[in-house]
Design a protein around this ligand. Structure first.
Ligand SMILES: O=C(O)C1=C[C@@H](OP(=O)(O)O)[C@@H](O)[C@H](O)C1
Ligand SMILES: C=C(OP(=O)(O)O)C(=O)O
Length: 452
């Protein structure tokens, strides 16, 4: 298990395994980042101790655990049956924190920590400071800072609208009606909904502005709350009403991270092979379930038999139009860079505020390997072009690193900078990728003749 909450690792280069034969592999992937960090926040405000089974253990979950501990939650590792680390028992925040102490939260580069924890800190008496990695200071935070002020919580951000900032919690929040602009990140909405039931008047949140991106993640928040008995009304677009109440103690199994299954499924598409992912949920709110729809558009087949998703690549990769791919976009873009026909990715302007400006990064790195990628106002146009080897820079972005690995499967000599950045949500990536690529016999960098 990797649970480092420290800084990012060094900028070493990793030779992406190059394959000339189809993969044939079966694997399980670690728990969902989005579900793990939602359940952790909800457990911290629950009525009694909660258990998370098969949670994610990664930098983002470790940062969330540290943040919740600093606010007063007790989080213990307990024995479980997962392949990727222990289960977690969470004893919620008590009302008796030391209000004189200043608590410091390191958000790293985790959107879920920098957006989900501040509203929770507003419910705790005393000062909490928030900061993160250098790039975290450039990620959008305005919706959260404005919301906290709208809720009567004092925030000192030095006028920046970004990290770092400090919050003076009063130990209670009245709540009620609140209007925000969540066009930069769905996480602004999720953050407020997650704790809204603990506001004495609940929460009536309204979004005004350009559309909320990554709406699947808001639906995940709403369904997660409902599954625990919290009453949420989302029947009117851009309005969410959370009834005042409490979160009953819970014991949940965390689904595998279906977004992080993407690069492995992509390996089947790139090599014309087959990849089976175990423990695929029958019903889920994860955006990664979209792989079952997206990969067939690229010429693959995808079938869910019991709890195993099987993807088999076709004779070549077809490009297409891919709207609103959210956090799947870097994986989709990597596949499009290897496709035989052009592709357009739309509805992802907000990716400029992710771990890095993902539109600029994908265009620069794919073009650096000879690709033909153009940035548009809200996405990318990717045209077929013969790719060559080179360094694929990753900008501390786990999904850039996995995008480089996907391209490296069929392009000689791709070196991915800082593969360790995958520890943000999947520290096991290099080892799982090695086991996957071994199934086809890694052909080495000098080999030629891959299908794609
Ligand atoms: O709530 C969540 O767990 C997430 C919401 C999305 O954020 P944005 O709305 O900022 O894209 C997504 O991209 C991120 O990876 C996880
Ligand atoms: C955008 C992402 O992460 P974060 O939760 O840090 O926003 C992501 O994982 O693709």
């Amino acid at each position: 298990m990797a649970s480092s909450s420290g800084g990012v690792s060094g900028q070493s280069r990793w030779q992406a395994p190059r394959l000339t034969r189809p993969v044939d592999a079966e694997l399980a992937v670690p728990g969902s980042k989005s579900l793990t960090n939602r359940y952790l926040v909800l457990a911290a405000i629950a009525d009694g101790p909660c258990v998370l089974r098969r949670p994610l253990h990664s930098r983002d979950s470790a940062l969330m655990i540290s943040a919740l501990r600093s606010l007063g939650a007790v989080i213990d590792e307990i024995q479980g049956d997962g392949d990727f680390g222990p289960d977690l028992r969470v004893t919620p925040l008590q009302g008796d924190q030391d209000t004189a102490a200043v608590r410091a939260v390191n958000c790293g580069l985790a959107g879920t920590v920098m957006r989900f924890v501040p509203p929770l800190a507003g419910l705790v008496s005393g000062t909490t400071t928030f900061d993160g990695d250098p790039h975290a200071r450039r990620r959008p935070m305005g919706g959260i800072i404005d919301a906290l002020r709208g809720l009567g919580i004092t925030v000192d951000d030095g006028g920046s609208g970004c990290l770092p900032f400090s919050i003076e919690g009063k130990g209670h929040v009245r709540g009620g009606r609140l209007v925000i602009d969540a066009s930069a990140s769905s996480q602004f909405v999720s953050a407020l909904l997650l704790v809204g039931t603990r506001f004495s008047e609940g929460l009536h949140l309204e979004h005004v502005g350009k559309p909320v991106p990554s709406l699947d993640h808001v639906r995940m928040t709403v369904e997660t709350l409902r599954s625990l008995g919290v009453v949420v009304d989302d029947s009117v677009p851009n309005h969410w009403r959370v009834s005042p109440g409490s979160v009953p103690a819970f014991d949940v199994a965390v689904e595998p991270d279906l977004s992080n299954a993407g690069p492995f499924l992509a390996a089947a598409v790139v090599t014309g092979g087959t990849v089976r992912v175990r423990n695929w949920p029958e019903g889920t709110t994860q955006v990664g379930d979209q792989w079952r729809r997206i990969l067939p558009l690229m010429g693959a087949t995808a079938s869910l038999d019991g709890d195993t998703l099987t993807v088999t690549g076709g004779a070549s990769i077809s490009g297409g139009t891919f709207p609103d791919t959210s956090e799947l976009a870097p994986t989709v873009a990597a596949l499009c860079a290897l496709a035989t026909t052009p592709s357009t990715l739309t509805g992802i302007a907000h990716l400029r505020g992710h771990e890095t400006d993902r539109l600029a990064a994908l265009a620069a790195e794919i073009n650096g390997l000879g690709g033909d990628v153009e940035e548009t106002a809200d996405g990318l146009v990717i045209r077929p072009a013969p790719l060559h080897g080179g360094v694929f820079h990753t900008y501390e972005d786990h999904r850039m690193a996995t995008a480089g690995a996907i391209i490296g499967l069929s392009v000689d000599g791709v070196e991915v900078e800082n593969i360790g950045t995958t520890a943000k949500t999947m520290p096991e990536f290099p080892e799982l990728w090695a086991s996957l690529t071994d199934t086809a016999g890694s052909a080495g960098l000098a080999d030629t003749g891959a299908r794609a």
